[in-house]
Design a binder for this molecule. Structure first.
Ligand code: ATP
Ligand code: MG
Length: 137
């Protein structure tokens, strides 16, 4: 059984979409194993998005992700890493299909509602940034 790190970003929290997003993963058949509403400290934001350091959108990404509370989660299920990426929709909102979270609710690539780990290695790395082992049920 696989685990992944998902996070409703500040725009999703502000727009009242936590319930809608959680609902989709519950109905899909995945199991929630940890969740918390939190402000992301600067150091955690930098660690989380380390691979984007130096990109033209990096500073905006940092200020956005630390701009308000996020809803951090760990979900469990078969192929949850790849399947949750499909449910989220593409990063570029012009490519995010209707029926996906970004396709249904997001207009801008830099305000795209949800984060999901893109590999097993990043899932382990990101879970450790946001959660202590004892917080996972
Ligand atoms: P996330 O990692 O947040 O789940 P993702 O995996 O779909 O999103 P990444 O390529 O990892 O996309 O980019 C991380 C985040 O950086 C994106 O969600 C987006 O907010 C921002 N980003 C990436 N590429 C661009 C871009 N070309 N213009 C603006 N923002 C971008
Ligand atoms: Mg990513």
């Amino acid at each position: 059984m696989e685990r992944t790190f998902l996070m409703v970003k500040p725009d999703g929290v502000q727009r009242g979409l936590i319930g809608e997003i959680v609902h989709r993963f519950e109905r899909k058949g995945f199991t929630l194993v940890a969740a918390k509403l939190m402000m992301v400290p600067k150091e955690k934001a930098e660690a989380h998005y380390a691979e984007h350091h130096g990109r033209p959108y990096y500073d905006d990404l940092m200020s956005f992700i630390t701009s308000g509370p996020v809803f951090a989660m760990v979900w469990e299920g078969d192929q949850v890493i790849a399947l949750s990426r499909i449910m989220m929709g593409k990063t570029n909102t012009l490519e995010a299909q209707p029926g996906t979270i970004r396709g249904d609710y997001a207009v801008h690539t830099n305000r795209n509602l949800i984060h999901g780990s893109d590999s097993p290695e990043n899932a382990v790395r990101e879970m450790a940034i946001f959660f202590e082992p004892h917080e996972l049920v």
